[in-house]
Design a protein around this ligand. Structure first.
Ligand code: CA
Length: 229
């Protein structure tokens, strides 16, 4: 199976050019033209590597990197137009695997991509790191983006999946609505503050109600908790 690369770059012509070159090399490519969309795609999983521009609308490349690193160690190569030592150092400090200065020769980019992909942990090690998250009969495989209850697959939207994942990671701990908004929706969420409650209802109908058990508990005035018992 060919490796999947996420390209986050707001200069659409450049993005298209890089996409064509990468596809020619046999990579699967998905593009995002702003930082927020890029981060969402990166977190939704399934990519082997991210090419991340620094100067991006909506969310800067540095901020995307910072948030991505909370959740994922997937290889990231920063694309920077600013050939300054500060950018390189801060990018590498924040966990970028490499950087390349624009304009770059495509051969140079391909070489960096191959090097970054080689450094990845072996699939077996990755499997161990990406262990299943479970609660009673429910099992989530974050790497494969799959959820099942007693072996039956549950289809979730990406938001539902992210919400469930955060609750599972904090199993038996009460998580506040604010914390859920912050971790699942992001710092600059604007909209109804009851979004969390709405999505909890979606999850309950797809899991608790469908399978007839109580997994997601409401702690009145505080938030939600997943309990196994
Ligand atoms: Ca840019």
């Amino acid at each position: 199976m060919s490796e999947r690369i996420l390209l986050v770059e707001d200069e659409e012509k450049l993005a298209r050019m890089v996409e064509l070159e990468l596809q020619y090399e046999g990579y699967q490519v998905e593009k995002a033209f702003d930082g927020r969309t890029g981060l969402e795609k990166a977190l939704s999983g399934g990519f082997d590597l991210v090419l991340l521009d620094i100067m991006l609308p909506a969310l800067s490349g540095m901020e995307v990197l910072r948030r991505l690193r909370r959740e994922s160690q997937m290889p990231v190569i920063m694309l920077t137009a600013r050939d300054t030592v500060v950018d390189k150092v801060s990018g590498l400090d924040m966990g970028a695997d490499d950087y390349i200065t624009k304009p770059f020769a495509i051969e140079e980019l391909l070489a960096r991509i191959r090097a970054a992909l080689r450094k990845r942990p072996a699939p077996a090690a990755e499997q161990a790191a990406g262990a299943l998250l479970t609660a009673g009969p429910l099992a989530m495989d974050p790497e494969r983006h799959e959820v099942a209850v007693g072996g039956k697959t549950v289809d979730l939207t990406r938001r539902e999946f992210d919400l469930l994942r955060y609750l599972l990671e904090n199993k038996e701990k009460v998580v506040s609505r604010e914390s859920l908004l912050d971790h699942v929706w992001g710092f600059d969420f604007v909209g109804e503050t009851n979004a969390v409650d709405v999505y909890i209802r979606f999850l309950r109908s797809k899991i608790d109600e469908r399978f007839g058990f109580k997994l997601i508990h409401t702690v009145r005035g505080v938030g939600y908790v997943i309990r196994e018992g």
